[in-house]
Design a binder for this molecule. Structure first.
Ligand SMILES: NC(=O)c1ccc[n+]([C@@H]2O[C@H](COP(=O)([O-])OP(=O)(O)OC[C@H]3O[C@@H](n4cnc5c(N)ncnc54)[C@H](O)[C@@H]3O)[C@@H](O)[C@H]2O)c1
Length: 429
């Protein structure tokens, strides 16, 4: 039976629900850990009577998280964490087939995005699940009266955790925050292998170009940058890394990549991918010297990694070359180099704008962390300090254990003698 009429929503097209359901079912095959957690939640109902806002990229994997939370009794509203990352068919299926309230439309304006954040906060949530920290920041800045209602927040991504740290340093973080990104079973896999594969997937879908033989510049050698550099190399690219952190630069060099400042790399690259969480890492002076036809995109959380305002100002024209590819024609009067620069996905996360985001197999672990982090906040309601916490190491390890079991991988166990040896200091050689 259609639940559409009873469920508050603002989505692109409810008629897409059938396609969305097919894709949600497909993703399920790769999400056994979350499935196991869902079965337990169904029995234990840990979230009965609680309300939450989930702000996330509305993808097939997020659908499984939302369904899992609902199975545990949660009353939730789902909104997009980025204007270009929503999969409209998934949004439709969640409303139509699962009765989950969704406010998210692919390509929504910044005003609509902000409106959805406020609609979600109007539901008076007790838990916030955030991705980039926009919901928490809005609550702290504009709705302080709601702070006492909040049991806690969880945060999915590096950029959100950077913002939470700044809130903590300013003394404004008035509830506990679970840094889901800091679990090993999150960033080691999602950021590295998930972003690595899906970012290249986004570049390829947006351009259909051959990566082999191209010079690919990876800006930022963090977890996401490492994965993307590794995959670009695997596809036959000549990879350059730019960094500001000497340790990360050293690691990139010893991993076999050329490392140089952006001013140099800007002249050499055919494809540029920013993944730093920082602003204007590709700026006017870099656009100024890029080759004709250079392709630029971002896979970091916010679109401000590229200074597109400066690129617009130095261009005579911007024209759509393909879906998700815009050609900025540089003005010879204002630019040192002739020709165009192609920007993919409007500078928004390219893996979600032009492709489908991370594969389900890694989101299985990220969202197992999210589900357990929400449960942890509720189990420890009123007991946690108002600061950033990580999920206990045992839970992180348990997720890894379930994942390898689901993959049919067996590993060794410590013998009592080994256990004794690694816990003692008296035994030497
Ligand atoms: N596309 C996705 O689906 C996806 C997934 C996970 C994380 N993210 C986002 O990607 C970004 C990076 O995440 P991460 O986990 O790799 O973070 P990280 O902190 O591990 O790495 C970021 C790196 O960028 C470097 N950096 C900062 N400013 C720079 C500059 N001007 N030039 C060159 N390097 C610079 C830092 O030194 C650091 O090594 C964040 O915004 C995060 O939220 C995106």
């Amino acid at each position: 039976m259609s639940k559409t009429t009873q469920i508050a929503h603002e989505i692109a097209d409810i008629k897409l629900a059938k396609l969305g359901q097919q894709r949600i079912d497909w993703a399920a095959k790769e999400m056994p850990v979350l499935h196991k957690i869902r079965e337990r939640f169904k029995k234990e109902q840990p979230f009965k009577g609680y309300r939450m806002v989930a702000c996330a990229h509305v993808t097939t994997e997020t659908a499984h998280l939302a369904i899992t939370l609902k199975a545990g009794g949660m009353d939730s509203i789902l909104i997009a964490s980025n204007p270009l990352s929503t999969q409209d068919d998934v949004a439709a299926a969640l409303v139509e087939n699962y009765g989950i309230s969704v406010f998210a439309i692919k390509g929504e304006s910044t005003d609509t995005y902000t409106k959805h954040v406020n609609i979600a906060l109007d539901t008076k949530p007790q838990i916030i699940m955030d991705d980039g920290s926009d919901v928490v920041a809005t609550l702290l800045k504009e709705r302080p009266a709601q702070i006492p209602d909040i049991i806690g927040t969880t945060e999915e991504t590096t950029t959100g955790i950077v913002r939470l740290r700044a809130m903590q340093a300013d003394g404004v973080l008035k509830f506990p925050a679970m840094a889901v990104n800091d679990s090993q079973t999150k960033h080691l896999f999602d950021n590295r292998y998930g972003t690595g594969q899906s970012t290249l997937d986004g570049v390829i879908r947006a351009t259909n170009i051959l990566i082999a033989g191209k010079t690919v510049v990876i800006v930022g050698y963090g977890w996401c940058g490492r994965g993307t550099a590794m995959r670009a190399k695997g596809l036959g690219a000549d990879v350059i890394v730019t960094e500001v952190n000497p340790i990360r630069a050293l690691e990139a060099s010893l991993d076999g990549f050329r490392v140089m400042p952006m001013n140099e790399a800007a002249k050499q690259g055919d494809i540029f991918i920013t993944i730093t969480g920082n602003r204007h890492v590709i700026d006017k002076e870099h656009f100024d010297v890029m080759k004709d036809g250079a392709i630029v995109c971002n896979s970091g959380h916010f679109d401000l990694e590229l200074n597109l305002v400066a690129l617009r100002e130095m261009s005579t024209d911007v024209r759509r070359a393909r879906p998700f590819a815009e050609e900025y024609v540089r003005d010879p009067q204002k630019s040192k180099t002739k020709g165009s620069v192609v920007v993919l996905g409007e500078g928004r996360l390219i893996n979600l704008a032009a492709a489908e985001g991370h594969p389900a197999a890694v989101m299985d672990m990220s969202f197992a962390n999210q589900a357990l982090a929400v449960e942890y906040l509720i189990q420890n309601k009123g007991k946690l300090e108002n600061r950033i916490h990580t999920l206990p190491a045992e839970l992180d390890m348990e997720i890894a254990k379930l994942k390898i079991e689901s993959m049919g991988i067996k590993i060794d166990e410590l013998t009592p003698a080994m256990q004794e040896y690694i816990n003692s200091w008296t035994v030497g050689t």
